[in-house]
Design a protein around this ligand. Structure first.
Ligand SMILES: Nc1ncnc2c1ncn2[C@@H]1O[C@H](COP(=O)(O)OP(=O)(O)OP(=O)(O)O)[C@@H](O)[C@H]1O
Ligand SMILES: Nc1ncnc2c1ncn2[C@@H]1O[C@H](COP(=O)(O)OP(=O)(O)OP(=O)(O)O)[C@@H](O)[C@H]1O
Ligand SMILES: [Mg+2]
Ligand SMILES: [Mg+2]
Lengths: 258, 258
C-alpha cells in the first residue's frame, strides 16, 4: 500500500521540485517503486526528469479531468528509475474548472485519480506549485502526509504558519488530521548566521518533525536540471547527491521502510 | 503621470519581492514619489517593508473589492520613504471572486483601483505572486510595462517563454502591446559557469530589454527582511545596496526620468 506525500510550500523557490526529483531518484536507487506526479503548470519536475513537456501526448491534466487513466499518462524515466506523471501548460486550465459553482469543489480530482494506482508503488510524491490555490489543495487533499522544504531565510519561515493553518483546515474537512511528514532544510549555507538562526527556530518549533538530514547549497543541484537528470545521475559523488541519499534513508526509516 | 510597473515572474523565489522593495527604496532615496503595491497573499513585500500584516486595518484586498479607497489603505514606510499598499491573507479571497461567471472576468480590479492615484506618484510598482493566476493577471492588466527578475538558473529561464506568451495574450485583449520594461538578472554568482551560461542566453534573447545592472548574490539582501528594512537602510554600503541604486539610475534613464 503506497503512501502518498505532497511536497508543498507556497513560498516560491525553496527547493520543492529539486526535492521531489532527487528524493524520488534516491529511493528508486534503493530499489523502491516510486511515482512522481508533477502538479505545477510550470512543468519543472517534468523537464528536470528529462521529459520534454511539449512532446508528451498526455499529461496529468488529462487524468484529472477524467480523459485518461493515470497509468496511460505515466512515463518511465531513465536513468532515474522512477515513473513520472508529467505536467504542461494545460494544468493552468485547472482554475477554470473552479468556475462551475454547481459542482462539488474540485479539490478531490487528484485523490480520485490516484484510486487504484496505489498498489503499484511504494511511494507516490506530488510536486506542488508555489501557491495555496486549487492545484496545491488537490495535492494536500490527496496526500497521506506533507513534506515541507524550507529555505533557511526569513520569508520562507514566515510562510510556514499559513501552510500549517491550511493543513489544519483540510484535516478538519477530511475528518482526520493531515500529518506533517517532515520539514526539510534546503540550500543550507552553514557560513551564514541568518541560516543558522532560522534553522534553530525551525528545530525549536518543529522539534519532532524536522529531518536531521540537511540539504546544503550545492551548485550541482542547480546544474543537473539543464541536463534533465537527477543529481544522483549527473554528479553521483557530490554533496547534493550524498544529502538526498541520506534523506531517502531517513525518510524510509521514519515512514517505516517501504 | 506615474507609470505603473508589474514585477512579475511565475517562477518562484527569483527575487521579485526583493526587487520590488529595494528598487522602490532606491528611487525614494533619489527623491522620487513611489507607491509599492503588494499583490501576493504571502505579504512578503509588506513584512519586508517593516509593516506587520496582522495589524493592518485595511489591505489591498479591501481596495480591490471596492470597500475602501486605495489612499485609505496605503501606509507610509519609514525610513524607506515609499508608500505601501499592504497585503495579507485576505488576498487569497481573490480567487473566490472568480467564481461568479456572470460577472466580467475580474482581471481589471487592480486597474480600476489605481484610477485617480496616478498623479500622486512618479512610479507605482506591483509585486506579483509566483503564479499566472488571477492576482498576477490583475498586475499585468494594470501595468504599463513589466519588469521581470530572473535567477540565472535553468528553471527560471524555462519559465520565461510562458510569461512572454501570457503578456502577448494580454496585449491582444487590451488592444495594445504590454511592453517588457526589462529583464533583471538576480542572485548572480559570477563564479558559477551555469550562471554565466544562462546570463549569456538572456543577453542574446533579450538583447534590448536586459538591464546592464546585475544584482549579485549578497547575504545582506536575505538578512534585511528579518529587520523589516530595505537593504539600503540595513546595510547602505553593501554590494546589494550599490546594485539596487545602480538599477534605480538605469531604470530612470530608460523610463525617461521621473
Ligand atoms: N540545495 C540546492 N543548492 C543549490 N541550488 C539549488 C538547491 N536546491 C534547489 N536549487 C536551485 O534553486 C532553484 C529553486 O529550486 P526549485 O525550483 O527546486 O524550488 P521550487 O520550490 O520547486 O520552486 P517553485 O516555487 O518555482 O516551484 C532552482 O534553480 C534549483 O535548481
Ligand atoms: N541578490 C540576492 N542575494 C541573496 N539573497 C537574495 C537575493 N535576492 C533575494 N534573496 C533572497 O532569496 C529569497 C527569494 O527572494 P524573494 O522572496 O524576493 O523572491 P520572490 O520571487 O519574491 O519569491 P516568491 O516567488 O515566493 O514571491 C529570499 O529569502 C530573499 O531574501
Ligand atoms: Mg517547483
Ligand atoms: Mg515574492
Amino acid at each position: 500500500m503506497s503512501r502518498i506525500f505532497a511536497i508543498a510550500n507556497q513560498k516560491g523557490g525553496v527547493g520543492k521540485t529539486t526535492t521531489a526529483i532527487n528524493l524520488s531518484a534516491a529511493l528508486a536507487s534503493l530499489g523502491d517503486r516510486v511515482l512522481l506526479i508533477d502538479m505545477d503548470a510550470q512543468g519543472n519536475a517534468t523537464t528536470g526528469s528529462g521529459i520534454n513537456k511539449a512532446l508528451v501526448p498526455l499529461s496529468i491534466y488529462d487524468a484529472l479531468i477524467g480523459e485518461a487513466q493515470l497509468s496511460r499518462v505515466t512515463v518511465h524515466t531513465a536513468p532515474a528509475g522512477y515513473d513520472l506523471a508529467p505536467a504542461n501548460g494545460d494544468l493552468a486550465g485547472l482554475s477554470v474548472v473552479e468556475a462551475r459553482p454547481e459542482a462539488a469543489p474540485p479539490y478531490h480530482l487528484l485523490r480520485d485519480t490516484l484510486v487504484g494506482s496505489e498498489d503499484r508503488y511504494d511511494w507516490i510524491f506530488v510536486d506542488a506549485p508555489p501557491a495555496l490555490g486549487l492545484a496545491t489543495l488537490n495535492c494536500l487533499f490527496a496526500a497521506h502526509a506533507v513534506l515541507v522544504p524550507v529555505q533557511c531565510e526569513y520569508y520562507a519561515l514566515e510562510g510556514l504558519s499559513d501552510l500549517m493553518q491550511t493543513m489544519r483546515k483540510i484535516g478538519e474537512s477530511l475528518g482526520h488530521q493531515l500529518p506533517l511528514a517532515g520539514v526539510l532544510r534546503t540550500m543550507y549555507d552553514s557560513r551564514s548566521s541568518l541560516c543558522n538562526d532560522v534553522s534553530e527556530q525551525l528545530c525549536e518549533h518543529f522539534a519532532d518533525a524536522i529531518y536531521q538530514t540537511v540539504i546544503p547549497r550545492n551548485i550541482r543541484l542547480a546544474e543537473a536540471p539543464s541536463y534533465g537528470l537527477p543529481v544522483l545521475n549527473y554528479s553521483p559523488s557530490c554533496k547534493g547527491s550524498q544529502a538526498y541519499i541520506a534523506l531517502a534513508e531517513e525518510f524510509r526509516e521514519r515512514a517505516g521502510g517501504s
